[in-house]
Design a protein around this ligand. Structure first.
Ligand SMILES: *Cc1c(COP(=O)(O)O)cnc(C)c1O
Length: 462
């Protein structure tokens, strides 16, 4: 009898004790799907000659079905341990929220709220009103509006202020952010006509001045975010652009990307302009993300002069780009922390991680390493070494933050294999490989990640 013929039939498998146990816990279709997918895998393996006889024993088949059921019933979106050292990691959910927003999130998520109900007047209200005053207070702007993300903010602003008209942008600022957000494409979607000026490395005030026509709706400045132009360069500052805009009665818009509300230069993080600086410079419309340097939920925040924000609130696109109530709750909770700078730095994880000093990280690394060593088998070796972490999220592409790394080594397991196995855990542990070692950067590890790392390393040895 060939191996193919010995693959057990579905009916037979359903009579096994192990399968009956699964059927007692999971819905029948879940178990049946798992059985069929395991049998499919057997048939494929049998066809290409890689199936081994012992794989078809009842115990082996049952445990494979169990694993398949576990895989198919696990959450797809899960917590992940970020040991990469990239603080605003777009693939890993960008900014973790402050624990301080938990109570309000809980209340809004599981109950009714005044999302669109004006409690004073007892009539329909606006969801956008909840954070507008707070954003204005923090940024010094006259008006504010929040949408789904910064890409939406830019699209909405261009659609409402420049559809069918020209928008002047420097060639050095025609950026692509990850996930196919490209300024020229967004411009097209917004119905605006792109007027490129200057060159990739140098753009001067006269370039803007010469390009202004009666068809010009906006002068747009875009933060380069995820790349840097170095060497022989020149760009026109926000203040200069505002002056040019005034000369020609054309409003100025800036997409500043990361939405930094605090001056981080005392922590060695220089060069990222704050939202307040753009407001002060007189820029009419400013857009930024809620989940980059702001450290809040995914959101797009638009601030500026009331006369230019008002058309956005009336534009039909706003309904399609509107912010959700959970996001609003998390955003209000995060923004409130910025009323006290020290509180923001201490309570917002993104800012806390970014501003952690090398000495603080070294101390934390020793404590983490002690806890992990205590909980993991002796054949896992953990050594501390100094290294560099990155901001991520399209902010400060050249900045290198000194940190402490935990190098993990285990006999007989290559760093590549270790990376794959740690990534395959129920709570996946991510890190990076450098010079033949698997590394976990302490900067992005949370206190409550440590038990998961210890468990993952233990199962590695087992
Ligand atoms: C990140 C970024 C965006 C996109 O913001 P999202 O919130 O991810 O939609 C747009 N413009 C700039 C300059 C950025 O840095």
């Amino acid at each position: 009898m060939t191996l193919f013929a010995r693959i057990p039939k579905v009916d037979k498998i359903l009579e096994w004790d192990g399968t009956k146990v699964l059927l007692g816990v999971h819905p029948r279709p879940t178990v049946l799907n798992a059985v069929r997918s395991v049998l499919d895998a057997f048939r494929t393996a049998a066809r290409n000659g890689s199936l081994r006889e012992e794989e078809l024993l009842e115990a082996a088949v049952t445990s494979r079905i169990e694993r398949e059921v576990a895989r198919s019933t696990a959450f797809s979106l899960r917590r992940v341990v970020n040991g990469t050292g990239v603080v605003i990691h777009t693939n890993l959910g960008r900014s973790p929220l402050s624990k301080r927003v938990k109570p309000i999130l809980d209340e809004i998520a599981f109950g009714y709220s005044n999302l669109e109900f004006d409690l004073d007047r007892g009539e329909r209200g606006s969801r956008y009103s909840h954070v507008e005053r707070l954003i204005c207070e923090l940024t010094g702007a006259e008006a504010a509006l929040v949408v789904n993300n910064n890409a939406a903010a830019v699209l909405l602003a261009l659609s409402a202020l420049a559809a069918g008209k020209e928008v002047i942008v420097s060639r050095g600022e025609l950026v692509e952010i990850g996930g196919s957000f490209r300024i020229p494409d967004v411009m097209g979607q917004g119905g605006a006509i792109l007027r490129e000026v200057g060159t990739t490395n140098r753009t001067h005030p006269r370039d803007y001045r010469q390009a202004v026509t009666p068809e010009t709706a906006l002068l747009l400045k875009v933060h380069s975010s995820n790349f840097a132009v170095v060497g022989f360069t020149a760009e026109v500052s926000a203040a200069e652009l505002v002056a040019i805009g005034k000369e020609h009665s054309v409003p100025v818009m800036a997409d500043i990307g990361s939405g930094c509300l605090l001056d981080l230069s005392p922590f060695g993080i220089r060069g990222e302009p704050t939202v307040q600086e753009f407001v002060k410079a007189g820029v009419d419309v400013i857009t930024f993300s809620g989940d980059k340097l702001l450290g809040g939920p995914q959101a797009g925040i638009i601030v500026g002069r009331r006369e230019f924000i008002a058309p956005l609130t009336k534009h039909p696109l706003l309904r399609a780009l509107r912010i959700d109530k959970l996001t609003l709750a998390a955003l209000e909770g995060t923004l409130r922390l910025f009323r006290d700078e020290r509180q923001a730095l201490a309570e917002i994880p993104t800012l806390r991680m970014l501003t952690a000093s090398a000495a603080e990280l070294a101390t934390r690394a020793r404590s983490f390493a002690r806890r992990i060593r205590r909980a993991s088998p002796p054949d896992i070796r953990l050594t501390l070494t100094s290294g560099i972490s990155q901001v991520g999220g399209g902010a400060y592409p050249l900045l290198e933050l000194p940190t402490t790394l935990m190098a993990v080594e285990a006999d007989g397991i290559s760093p590549q294999e270790m990376e794959i196995r740690l990534r395959g855990m129920e709570i996946p542990v991510t890190g990076r490989i450098h010079r033949g070692r698997f590394l976990l950067d302490v900067r992005t590890l949370q206190d409550d990640d440590i038990p998961f790392i210890a468990a993952a390393l233990s199962s590695l040895a087992g």
